[in-house]
Design a protein around this ligand. Structure first.
Ligand SMILES: Cc1cc2nc3c(=O)[nH]c(=O)nc-3n(C[C@H](O)[C@H](O)[C@H](O)COP(=O)(O)OP(=O)(O)OC[C@H]3O[C@@H](n4cnc5c(N)ncnc54)[C@H](O)[C@@H]3O)c2cc1C
Ligand code: SF4
Length: 526
């Protein structure tokens, strides 16, 4: 039996349809192990569902589509027969499952092969199609991570509480990273205490310009498509300059190691008005699209330390994010999905304020973080955790609404990493599975870590009165609302104890001020 290929030549019946998802853009991916260009066909599809199941931002949609189209070019150049469905092609069926079914009808493969998807929803959809069509589905390990989901489950087994620190140490030892003669380099596992500086009143030192990649013809086509097809979606495209190929991602990595890593640790938590890039790596999107592997990023950072180009505190701080947090959240996600999505330990139910989609608020820190996010599809970790996330936590926003926002707006947003960070770390909706305590803080924390308060109409020291900082008011209101539950958490004891400093009159004034704020931002019924 044979079939005509696009070139008109006869080709044998398709043995495997090799499925490549939009965040699996690697020519060395495990799905291609043992594949044969004569018998197998690689399949990729752009579908609207991936941009509309949440209200995906324009930069996020553009990055995925452009990186996919560049990967398609790389696959073809490497000689793989590719069945690629474009979003703007007539008759595009709009969902992965429907397009996969159609490809199976067209190509009549004998089996399906893929690298394990990152997201539970996508895995279920593909398994559903395999079951419907009766085709065997061979799911291979994703080699982009240091650990496997099974290894994390083994680590978690029998532990009452999971903690990043123990998982991180286990991986450092297993992979010999920053280890010297079996001991952690520098005699300690963790340099967090050295990595919490703010910029001080003079502000940041000169910040190296971030790596930018001017859109080529492929990206420009995508930007036009996104601007028209997703005109109503949030975010902007004018500054789009993300790496969309492996070569560009490697260049970003090299620039980070040379220019920013030496300062990364020291100012990892610092903020400054209008400054979004600072000394962070901006590599999350390239990592999540699999344009880079976690291993090569970690190795490049470790080599910089070995060669004396960056100090240990910075390098350890950076490696902890990737070897530690990134692998940890993936483990949590796969251990607890799909039920994780439903968690709401603090019974938070308020709607997400509308200004999250515009940045139009008089809270200087929050407005800045949201506007930068919508402009670039990026914000650094402390803006996500301690500005937008903290505000939603203190306000009591429904964690699913918060999750929807984070999954929509960031170019690096994919559910396996976004959901545990949002629901677990920032909203404490998993009741402490991911983080040992809620990241609750008042406006004074934000005042310490940046300069926004200077240009704000509010005062972070005040919880009541006209100039009361909403963070500070909501912080006390949050502790009052959850006093009984939080008092049981040993890491919250000091914060809860401080409530005793508030007499009844002050408590009532805080609660009244908090209610007024909630009504102003969420509407009268909240
Ligand atoms: C509420 C919330 C939502 C988040 N959503 C996402 C998301 O959708 N996608 C995403 O990749 N990261 C997410 N993060 C984690 C983190 O904020 C981003 O990875 C980071 O800000 C990306 O910027 P960067 O590449 O400059 O990171 P850097 O500060 O340079 O850190 C280096 C790398 O470490 C990894 N990393 C750092 N922190 C984390 C973390 N907490 N979890 C997992 N990996 C981490 C990333 O791959 C990152 O590129 C979220 C964090 C919070 C608090
Ligand atoms: S006063 Fe409050 S709202 Fe204003 S910038 Fe400071 S922390 Fe943010």
């Amino acid at each position: 039996m044979s079939r005509a290929s696009a070139s008109g030549k006869a080709r044998p019946v398709t043995r495997h349809l090799v499925i490549v998802l939009g965040d699996q853009l690697d020519l060395q991916a495990s799905c291609l192990d043992g594949a044969d260009p004569v018998q197998d066909v690689v399949w990729m599809a752009e579908v609207a569902e991936e941009s509309t199941h949440v209200w995906s931002s324009k930069p996020r949609i553009a990055l995925f589509l452009s990186a996919m189209r560049h990967h398609a070019q790389a696959l073809r150049a490497a000689g793989w027969p590719l069945d690629y469905r474009r979003l703007d092609e007539a008759g595009n069926l709009g969902s992965l499952a429907a397009e996969l079914r159609a490809a199976i009808d067209r190509l009549q493969p004998q089996g399906l092969v893929m690298t394990a998807p990152g997201d539970w929803r996508v895995l279920e959809a593909i398994k559903g199609v395999a079951a419907e069509t009766g085709l065997p589905l061979d799911i291979r390990e994703d080699r982009h991570f240091f650990s496997t989901v099974r290894e994390f489950a083994a680590h978690a087994k029998g532990r009452k509480q999971l903690r990043l620190e123990y998982w991180y140490r286990e991986l450092r030892q297993r992979h010999g990273i920053l280890m010297v003669d079996g001991e952690p380099a520098g005699g300690q596992w963790n340099f967090d205490a050295d990595n919490r500086e703010s910029f001080g009143k003079d502000g940041p030192p000169p910040i190296p310009a971030p790596a930018r990649f001017e859109p080529d013809a492929v990206t420009r086509d995508v930007l036009d498509l996104v601007a028209t097809r997703f005109a109503g979606h949030p975010g902007a495209l004018a500054d789009f300059a993300w790496p969309v190929t492996r070569e560009q991602a490697l260049e970003s990595l090299a620039r980070f190691i040379d220019e920013r890593l030496p300062q990364f640790g020291r100012w990892q938590d610092a903020m400054w008005t209008g400054e979004v890039w600072l000394f962070h790596s901006h590599l999350s999107a390239a990592l999540n699209l699999k344009l880079l592997t976690a291993r090569e990023v970690v190795q490049a950072a470790e080599a910089a330390w070995q060669q004396g180009r960056a100090d240990l505190a910075s390098v350890e701080g950076f490696i902890r994010q990737i070897l530690g947090w990134r692998e940890y959240v993936r483990g949590i996600y796969w251990m607890h999905m799909p039920h994780y999505l439903e968690r709401n330990a603090l019974a938070a139910s308020r709607p997400l304020p509308a200004f999250f989609w515009t940045g139009e608020t008089d809270m200087a820190c929050l407005g800045d973080a949201i506007r930068l996010t919508l402009r670039h599809g990026y914000a650094h970790h402390i803006q996500r955790l301690m500005v937008t996330g903290l505000y939603a936590l203190l306000l009591g926003v429904d964690p699913k609404a918060v999750h929807g926002w984070y999954l929509s707006v960031y170019v690096d947003a994919v559910e396996w990493v976004e959901l545990p960070n949002t629901l677990g770390m920032s909203q404490f909706a998993d009741g402490g599975l991911m983080a040992s305590k809620p990241y609750a803080a008042s406006g004074k924390y934000l005042q310490r870590m940046g300069n926004h308060c200077k240009g704000c109409r509010y005062d972070p020291a005040q919880a009541t009165g006209d100039r009361a900082c909403p963070y500070t008011t909501l912080y006390w209101d949050f502790l009052l609302r959850h006093e009984a539950a939080l008092a049981k958490n040993p890491r919250m004891v000091m914060q809860v104890k401080n409530l005793k400093r508030l007499d009844e009159g002050k408590r009532q004034a805080i609660q009244a001020r908090a209610r007024d704020h909630v009504v102003a931002v969420c509407g009268p019924t909240s």
